[in-house]
Ligand binder design. Structure first.
Ligand SMILES: *[C@@H]1O[C@H](CO)[C@@H](O)[C@H](O)[C@H]1NC(C)=O
Ligand SMILES: *[C@@H]1O[C@H](CO)[C@@H](O)[C@H](O)[C@H]1NC(C)=O
Ligand SMILES: *[C@@H]1O[C@H](CO)[C@@H](O)[C@H](O)[C@H]1NC(C)=O
Ligand SMILES: *[C@@H]1O[C@H](CO)[C@@H](O)[C@H](O)[C@H]1NC(C)=O
Ligand SMILES: *[C@@H]1O[C@H](CO)[C@@H](O)[C@H](O)[C@H]1NC(C)=O
Length: 225
């Protein structure tokens, strides 16, 4: 039989449960895998006796912007054909990031990849970004002085990684306005400790899911009573 008192007693427990579910779900998108990839790039370079690259947040943000032009271009077998016009780097990504235009340096190379599976930064580095000898040669180029990495995860869609290299002067290029630039809606980039955001859409839909689960549990407990 339906017992209102007993069901009301369980409300704090249910709130606790829903909070737990929301935390569990949002934990997935915490951390910043882009910073981990910069560490791997530098470890790989230094173990090959090459200088470390400066970790530039401005360049990282532009790498994330680069991805935003490729989100529809990941094939089912994790290959990608995406060639945004070179001119968009300076004319679109820099302003969208709040990189001060006179400080935009030369892009000395880029690595780009996508994958429909969840991959650790280590797996992304070794099997997406460095898939062949040509890509490894680019990683080891003596021309680069700085690096930026962008990572973006589409909800139920593919993951994207982009690395931009530059030969600019490390302390005076890709300067972000006010030190922070313009906040990005999705994904994350290296050079900051901002966590990876999957965007508002994910957050709302996950809250909705948690609410539905809690309602089901609630109804179930009512029926048991
Ligand atoms: C899968 O990858 C191969 C190359 O590895 C490519 O030729 C083919 O077009 C791809 N298939 C799809 C559906 O994109
Ligand atoms: C994405 O793929 C489409 C279809 O193949 C192509 O027309 C478009 O140019 C690609 N986008 C970029 C930025 O390369
Ligand atoms: C390059 O930037 C222009 C201007 O914002 C935009 O219309 C165009 O779609 C961009 N190119 C690609 C391939 O996305
Ligand atoms: C650098 O990365 C490449 C590609 O993952 C790998 O084959 C190579 O062993 C790495 N080198 C070192 C010294 O870690
Ligand atoms: C950049 O570095 C150079 C050499 O290391 C130094 O002389 C210069 O003052 C630095 N500029 C800024 C803005 O920190």
């Amino acid at each position: 039989m339906w017992n209102p008192n007993k069901s009301l007693n369980s409300i704090p427990h249910l709130l606790h449960l829903s909070l737990f579910i929301i935390l569990q779900v949002s934990a997935e998108v915490h951390g910043n895998p882009a910073n981990e990839i910069v560490d791997m790039i530098n470890q790989n370079r230094t173990s090959n006796k090459l200088p470390k690259l400066y970790d530039s947040a401005g360049l990282g943000c532009m790498a994330l912007q680069y991805i935003s032009e490729c989100t529809g271009n990941c094939s089912k077998n994790n290959t990608m054909n995406c060639r945004p016009p070179e001119v968009n780097i300076t004319e679109v990504y820099a302003p969208n990031c709040g990189v001060e235009l006179p400080t935009v340096g030369i892009i000395s190379g880029h690595l780009l990849g996508c994958n429909w599976n969840e991959l650790s930064p280590q797996q992304a580095f070794s099997s997406v970004l460095i898939q062949n000898k040509q890509m490894l040669t680019l990683l080891h180029s003596k021309e680069h002085t700085e690096v930026g990495v962008g990572f973006s995860k589409d909800h139920r869609g593919p993951n994207f990684w982009c690395v931009l290299f530059s030969s600019g002067k490390t302390n005076s290029s890709f300067v972000l306005e006010g030190g922070k630039g313009i906040e990005q809606k999705t994904g994350c980039f290296s050079g900051t400790d901002l966590p990876c955001s999957a965007g508002m859409k994910l957050f709302l839909s996950e809250i909705l899911l948690a609410v539905v689960v809690v309602l089901l549990v609630f109804l179930h407990s009512c029926m048991l009573n």
